[in-house]
Design a protein around this ligand. Sequence first.
Ligand SMILES: C[S@@+](CC[C@H](N)C(=O)[O-])C[C@H]1O[C@@H](n2cnc3c(N)ncnc32)[C@H](O)[C@@H]1O
Length: 225
Amino acid sequence: MHDIPRFSADEARRRVDGFHELFYYRRLWDTTRWMGVQVYKCPFDLWIYQEILFTERPSIVIECGTAQGGTALYLAHMYDLMGAEGRVVTIDIEPSAAAPRHPRITYVHGSSVDPGTFERVRAGLKPGDRPLVILDSLHNKDHVLAELRLWHSLVPAGGLMIVEDTNINGHPVYTDFAPDQGPGAWEAVDAFLAEHPEFEVDEAPERLLMTFNPRGYLRRRPAGT
Ligand SMILES: C[S@@+](CC[C@H](N)C(=O)[O-])C[C@H]1O[C@@H](n2cnc3c(N)ncnc32)[C@H](O)[C@@H]1O
């Protein structure tokens, strides 16, 4: 019989970070697919997305950074499985011609830091919509901070905004993608929270330990708090 190990917080962090580095540097996120479509995510985060969609029931997901459309399709399929109303608007500066078609998905061609793009998406919202915002385009600090400043206004009281890839710049990994080297999404979150005390880090979505978005699940405080 083995004793069940009790990991100290430091030991748990060391082990999780080790696996994170292994997964990241082997580029396993680069070969992950949903229904055959590339999805640049850690599967643990996709699972958490499913939990968030089911429990929080956002009426619309706004994703900055479509790539091949794998996450947009995943979210659309989750809405299908839930039998719920829900749509996905996904924005990219370089749209993929091969992106999957699905009646719930709307593709928007533009830059996520262009106020004109923001306005097009905002104009398409319906009264009472409760958007979930996902920032997953470029991941350098200046770009993410510009996105946060633009898109946070669509997040309802108690709602979530997810900042992807806060793991770069040593949290715990480093990227070799030139525009995203140096201060990144983690540092953008710090700067944004200093400006916007109405948002806070929600640690609950980090429950599975392994996430590409440490301190990246931001919640707007509920009204009256
Ligand atoms: C990390 S990938 C997105 C991954 C996708 N969300 C997924 O989960 O599979 C980043 C995408 O951001 C796009 N991108 C880069 N700069 C952008 C900008 N200024 N506005 C919108 N999209 C941008 C790139 O073309 C690329 O497709």
